[in-house]
Design a protein around this ligand. Structure first.
Ligand code: PNS
Length: 163
């Protein structure tokens, strides 16, 4: 039987508990999971791709592969032999963009299917953008962001502040 290889792509700038929850769910469904971190300097990321990969690897250990990619996602799918793209769907507002991407990816590479997974309800309002904004303004993100990521946010956004 063909191995079911899922690719979970994103910016992960930074990874939060909603992402981790989706990764956990993927692991119960697919034979292999590849977390794919997009190189996209246009978005002016807070963390480099290498920093994001290091943080994700620290959290997932050897349960998943963590790789970077640039260019089209469907080409990356071919390179890693992935057959399913996994995306987290938090709310109806995510749907339109995700629907467009899924159909475009299928048009570009009919071999690739997209599967949507819903994170735990506790995380449906979480986004990397909000995480950065709330943290920079002094908000408490415990329980929403894994500790190694919190430590990196502290170093980057509140250097010198007490932990
Ligand atoms: O976490 P994000 O930023 O919402 O992830 C978006 C991502 C990385 C899945 C998307 O931007 C992507 O796949 N980019 C790669 C370029 C590509 O294939 N574009 C066409 C998508 S239809």
């Amino acid at each position: 039987m063909t191995k079911r290889i899922a690719v979970y792509p994103g910016s992960f700038d930074p990874l939060h508990n909603g992402h981790l929850d989706i990764i956990e769910r993927c692991r119960t469904i697919f034979d292999e999971v590849v977390v794919a971190v997009l190189y996209n300097e246009v978005k002016k990321p807070l963390f480099t791709v290498e920093e994001r990969i290091e943080a994700i690897r620290e959290l997932v250990g050897d349960t998943c592969r963590v790789e970077s990619f640039s260019g089209l996602l469907v080409d990356f799918m071919d390179r890693v032999g992935g057959n399913v793209v996994v995306r987290g769907l938090r709310a109806v507002s995510d749907f339109e963009y995700e629907f467009q991407m899924a159909l475009m990816n299928r048009r570009l590479n009919p071999r690739v299917e997209t599967v949507f997974l819903m994170p735990k309800e506790d995380y449906i309002y979480l986004s990397s953008r909000l995480v950065k904004e709330v943290f920079a303004l002094g908000g408490d993100l415990r329980g929403l962001v894994p500790d190694p990521v919190l430590a990196r946010l502290r170093q980057r956004l509140r250097p010198g502040a007490p932990a």
